[in-house]
Design a protein. Structure first.
Length: 400
C-alpha cells in the first residue's frame, strides 16, 4: 500500500532527501566541516530559524535533523494551526521528555504567527521541552519576536545553484522512486535549462520535470518552454526581496553602472512592481544622489514620472530604462542631501529659535516700531556680506 501511495505522490515529495548525505546545496550550512553539520553529527541540536526563499530545503533540512538525531519530528503550519494545536504538541513533548526522547517542532511560515502565539511558545523553548525549528521567507528581524529570536540561531538558506538543481534532477531521472522506469530522454543542456528557469527553487524544478514527462518521453527545449511559459521571477512587492532589489537599483545608479541599473529596473517591472513606485524613487535619487552636480536630472526624473502616470506599463518601461541610464551616468553630489540632514538635526536639537528681527517682514507700523526689519541690508543695492541670516544660537553655521 505504501509503495502505491508513493507512486501517486508528486515527484518533489518522492525525491525528498531522508539523510544529510542526500541533501543538495546549502554547503555553507551543512557542507563538510560546516557549523550546523557538526552540530547535527554531534547530536547537539538547538532551536533555530531557517530564513530563505521557497524551495531551498527548509522543511527537508528540518526533517533530516530530526531523523539524524533520532528526535520526534512534529510539523505544523503557522497558517492553519493555533494555540490549541500547540497545547497538544506540548503534551506530546512532555511525554517524550519523560521517555528520554527529544521533540523537534517545525513551524512552517512562522512569520504568520502573531505576537501572542509566539509568546505562548516561548516558555517551552526556554525550558528545553521543545526544540524549535522555524521556517520563514521573511526577514526574521521584523517578523519573529525578539525574545524568541534571541533563543534561536538564525541560518540563511540561499537559492540553489543551477548545478545543484541539475544534479537533483539527474538523481530523480535515475532513481527507482523517481522517474527511472519512465526511461526519459533529455539532453544535459535541457536539464540545465529546467534548472536555470527554476530560479533556485528545487520544488519548481522537480514539478516542471514531472509535467514535462507527462507530455512526452523525450523532453525538448520546446516542451520545457511550454511548461514554464514565463520565467518564474521571485519578487514579493511587500517582502524582503522587494527591498533587496530596490537597494540594488539605487546602489547601481549611485555607482555609475547603467547596465546593472537597467537590469534591476526590469527585474522589478517584470516581477509586477508599480512603475510609479520606481519613478518616484528616481525623483528622490535625482536630488539625493545627483543634486547640484546636475540639476537637469530632477527635470528628467519628473518628466518620466509624468510619463508613467500617462502611459502605464508596458509602454512606460522604456522611459524608466532611459531615466535609469541617465541617472547612473550623471555626476553625483550629496551636498543638498547633507545640507538637509544637518539642518534637520539643528531644528530637532534647538527647537523653535527666534527669527532675527532684521530679517523679519514689517508690514505694519507697530511691527516697525518693535524693530522688525531694522538694519536689513537689501542685497541688490548694498553690500550685505556681513549680514546674518541664522538665529543667534546658530550664528556662522554652514552646511556646505
Amino acid at each position: 500500500m505504501k509503495n502505491n501511495q508513493e507512486n501517486f505522490s508528486p515527484l518533489a515529495s518522492r525525491m525528498r532527501p531522508k539523510k544529510l548525505s542526500e541533501f543538495f546545496g546549502q554547503d555553507q550550512l551543512v557542507g563538510d566541516g560546516a557549523y550546523l553539520r557538526r552540530a547535527i553529527e554531534n547530536d547537539n541540536v538547538f532551536s533555530m530559524i531557517f530564513w530563505g526563499p521557497p524551495g531551498t530545503g527548509k522543511t527537508t533540512l528540518a526533517s533530516i535533523i530530526a531523523e539524524e538525531t533520532n528526535s520526534d519530528f512534529i510539523e505544523m503550519s503557522a497558517v492553519d494551526s493555533g494555540v490549541k494545536r500547540l497545547r497538544e504538541i506540548v503534551d506530546v513533548a512532555e511525554k517524550n521528555k519523560q521517555a528520554g526522547k527529544r521533540t523537534i517542532l517545525f513551524i512552517d511560515e512562522i512569520h504568520r504567527w502573531n505576537k501572542a502565539q509566539q509568546d505562548r511558545l516561548l516558555p517551552h523553548v526556554e525550558r528545553g521541552g521543545i526544540i524549535l525549528i522555524g521556517a520563514t521567507t521573511e526577514n526574521p528581524s521584523f517578523e519573529v519576536n525578539s525574545a524568541l529570536l534571541s533563543r534561536a540561531r538564525v541560518f540563511v538558506l540561499k537559492n540553489l545553484s543551477v548545478g545543484d538543481i541539475a544534479k537533483m534532477l539527474e538523481r530523480a531521472l535515475e532513481s527507482e522512486k523517481g522517474l527511472k522506469k519512465e526511461k526519459i530522454k533529455i539532453e544535459k543542456k535541457d536539464l540545465e535549462r529546467i534548472a536555470d528557469l527554476s530560479n533556485g527553487d528545487a520544488r519548481i524544478a522537480l514539478n516542471a520535470l514531472e509535467i514535462c514527462t507527462s507530455i512526452g518521453k523525450k523532453i525538448t527545449k520546446e516542451i520545457i518552454l511550454e511548461v514554464f511559459q514565463k520565467t518564474n521571477l521571485v519578487y514579493d512587492r511587500n517582502g524582503d526581496e522587494h527591498f533587496n532589489i530596490i537597494s540594488a537599483l539605487h546602489k547601481s545608479m549611485r555607482g555609475g553602472d547603467a547596465s546593472a541599473a537597467v537590469y534591476w529596473t526590469v527585474r522589478m517591472l517584470e516581477g509586477g512592481e508599480d512603475p510609479i513606485y520606481i519613478a518616484r524613487r528616481f525623483v528622490r535619487f535625482a536630488s539625493e544622489d545627483i543634486g547640484l552636480a546636475n540639476n537637469t536630472a530632477l527635470l528628467l526624473a519628473n518628466s518620466v514620472f509624468e510619463a508613467c502616470q500617462k502611459l502605464g506599463m508596458p509602454e512606460c518601461g522604456v522611459h524608466l530604462a532611459h531615466c535609469a541610464i541617465y541617472l547612473a551616468k550623471s555626476p553625483k553630489s550629496v551636498a543638498a542631501y547633507d545640507a538637509y540632514t544637518q539642518a534637520q538635526a539643528d531644528v530637532k536639537k534647538h527647537g523653535n529659535l527666534d527669527v532675527p528681527l532684521h530679517i523679519r517682514n514689517a508690514p505694519t507700523k507697530l511691527m516697525k516700531d518693535l524693530g522688525y526689519g531694522k538694519g536689513y541690508k537689501y542685497t541688490p543695492k548694498e553690500d550685505s556680506a556681513d549680514q546674518e541670516y541664522f538665529p543667534d544660537e546658530l550664528k556662522g553655521r554652514t552646511y556646505m
